[in-house]
Design a protein around this ligand. Structure first.
Ligand code: MEV
Length: 437
């Protein structure tokens, strides 16, 4: 089936879930199985779940939504996101609409290099051991590259080896100096944990021989700082705000920049600022069956790389344009894991139309940037509760049977009264209908 790749979709939110699914299936060219999964809510089968984890007693669900308007590297993307928090999809779709008014979001992705660590204790002569390991690099890399022929066949493999000596931290240090070997592996389209852990475990005995030490931990590092993504976007200040007033746009842009600098300076604010970025990224990663805990830990470790925890993004106003940038490690994969076995993940891949880990990392980073912009605009203007309350009021109105044209006046009146509950909504609805005769 052919795809309509436009991610602008005004009015999607007004459709019923079955209507959304059937239109999406046409647009995204979904196959029968994906369509069946989405429309019948065919959950992860229990026998599949039982093979994934131990002591399985069932499955667990989250709402799956679709973010609109995103354009990344000149390609429109409809982005599936699994998340329980209201306002995230609405905010993201709105910010993505701003960001597509300029050239759209552009990204840069590094070569997918992951790091495996081997910890060696009790190494007797540190400098000599270091030299011996470095001299043996060709042999060690060759050994590592015997382990995963599929990875080698697709152009990946172990690339380099580094030694780090972590000195003892003084008299109270309970274990003394540590000798740590990093093996650096190009993991191509895999998240990489399996390939890297296998290599680290396999090299450990030879490293013990070379160093005279005892190998202890052999595991990848989630601080994937050689596997980075940068996403950049810009919005003409005049386009910000809904009424086209240039003063409003300038004030919003100034507010976003002030919020950014706050997070750049203060770890207390940076933690929340980065949480907003990860609201978007995690929701994409969960829908796409990724190890979002790995990405979370990598993102926060990267945010603290200078020794102080900082914002992952920055926003500046220059020459009438708001410029934003986010940078973080994104260890994601399009092969292995639950990608083949989980029906929701398969459907999400089909909707997003992603074919490589680099593409997925680009989209996730772009979502993080747009999500951050959405949060900062809200925080710098009406505040975050406004949007939540509007959505809440809409939901109550819909549950009471309010018509589409009644929802606007109803939510406004509920917000004005500062009371958003069914009883007040029913009274307001009756008044609105009464006043119309
Ligand atoms: C809430 O889930 C996320 C925000 O707190 C992010 C931020 O403060 O930037 C709104």
């Amino acid at each position: 089936m052919s795809r309509d790749t436009n991610s602008r979709w005004p009015g999607f939110f007004k459709l019923s879930i079955p209507e959304r699914i059937s239109q999406l299936a046409q647009r995204a060219g979904l196959d029968e199985a994906d369509l069946r999964f989405l429309s019948q809510g065919e959950h992860l089968p229990q026998h599949t779940a039982d093979h994934m984890i131990e002591n399985c007693i069932g499955t667990f669900e989250l709402p799956l939504g679709l973010a609109m308007n995103l354009r990344v590297d000149s390609t429109d993307r409809l982005v599936p996101m699994a998340i329980e928090e209201p306002s995230v999809l609405a905010g993201l779709s709105k910010a993505a609409r701003y960001l597509r008014q300029g050239p759209g979001i552009s990204t840069n992705v590094t070569v997918p290099l992951m790091i495996g660590q081997v910890q060696l204790m009790g190494v007797p002569e540190l400098d000599r051991a270091k030299q011996r390991v470095l001299d043996a690099k060709p042999e060690l890399l060759a050994l590592a590259n015997t382990l995963d022929p599929k990875l080698i066949a697709v152009g990946g493999g172990a690339r380099d080896l580094e030694v780090r000596i972590l000195p003892s931290e003084g008299e109270d240090d309970p274990v003394g100096t540590m000798f740590v070997v990093h093996i650096i592996v190009d993991v191509r389209d895999a998240m990489g944990a399996n390939a890297v852990n296998t290599m680290a475990e396999h090299l450990a005995p030879r490293l013990e021989e070379l160093t005279g030490g005892r190998a202890r931990l052999r595991i990848l590092s989630n601080l994937a700082d050689r596997r980075l993504v940068v996403a950049r976007g810009q919005v003409p200040v005049s386009k910000l705000g809904s009424n086209g007033d240039p003063n409003v746009g300038a004030d919003i842009a100034q507010g976003v920049m002030e919020a950014s600098v706050f997070a750049e300076r203060d770890p207390y604010r940076a933690a929340t600022h980065n949480k907003g970025i990860m609201n978007g990224i995690d929701a994409v990663l969960i829908a796409l069956g990724q190890d979002w805990r790995a990405v979370e830990s990598g993102a926060h470790a990267f945010a603290a790389r200078s020794g102080r925890y900082r914002a992952l993004s920055r926003w500046r106003v220059r020459d009438g344009v708001l410029h934003g940038e986010v940078e973080l490690p994104l260890a994601v994969g399009t092969v292995g894991g639950i990608i083949e076995s989980h029906p929701a993940v398969r459907a999400a891949f089909a909707i997003l139309d992603i074919h490589s880990a680099a593409e997925l990392a680009s989209v996730a980073a772009a979502v993080g940037l747009a999500q951050n912009l959405a949060a900062l605009i809200a925080l710098a203007t009406v505040g975050i509760q406004h949007g939540h309350m509007r959505l809440h009021a809409r939901k109550i109105g819909l549950a009471l049977g309010a018509a589409e044209e009644e929802l606007g006046p109803l939510t406004e009146e509920l917000q004005r009264r500062g009371r958003i509950d069914s009883e007040t909504a029913a009274a307001v609805l009756a008044e609105l209908r009464g006043s119309r005769g």
